[in-house]
Ligand binder design. Structure first.
Ligand code: FES
Length: 164
């Protein structure tokens, strides 16, 4: 009786193992697909954001200039982040009448850059990209191109204008 029982147990185990193995493979395949999907999303989202970063639109309309009077209160060496339409932008006061402005979208994968007065560089915290604040030129790290420049001027009525 016990010999028959152990034989039945063995047969039962042999039949059950392939099913368990099949289920394990299914779970592993499912996990691989989920992780692959997450990696694909993590790659595609910044690329799409970067590709869409070329235009500064707000409410579907392209923005070509804005008023930024607060920039006139900056001291030389100071900077201000602002929105140019829907895009982040940065203006740096280099001297009494010397302003530099750029779209603040990193040309690597689209992170927002910032100014580091100590380094005198525009920097990107995402992957260590650096830009020359005088020209916007990419000078270190992975960014493949300069920052998009913006024009600045003080209007006759004393307003500070930033233009595309
Ligand atoms: S997104 Fe700026 S260095 Fe990568």
């Amino acid at each position: 009786m016990s010999e028959l029982g152990s034989t039945l147990d063995r047969e039962f185990d042999e039949q059950a193992e392939p099913e368990t193995d099949f289920m394990r493979r299914g779970v592993v395949k499912w996990l691989i697909r989920v992780v692959s999907g997450l990696y694909a999303i993590a790659f595609i989202v910044p690329v799409v954001r970067f590709l869409r970063s070329g235009s500064a639109e707000e409410g579907g309309e392209k923005v070509t200039q804005i008023s930024l009077k607060a920039a006139l209160t900056l001291k030389p060496g100071e900077f201000q982040m602002f929105k140019f339409g829907s895009k982040p932008a940065i203006v740096i006061r280099q001297g009494p009448d010397d302003f530099k402005a750029y779209l603040a979208t990193c040309t690597h994968l689209g992170c927002t850059v910032n100014y580091n007065p100590g380094l005198r560089r525009i920097t990107c915290a995402c992957h260590g990209g650096q830009y020359d604040p005088d020209t916007g030129k990419n000078i270190a790290g992975p960014p493949p191109a300069p920052l998009a420049p913006l024009k600045t001027e003080v209007s006759s009525d004393g307003d500070f204008i930033v233009k595309a």
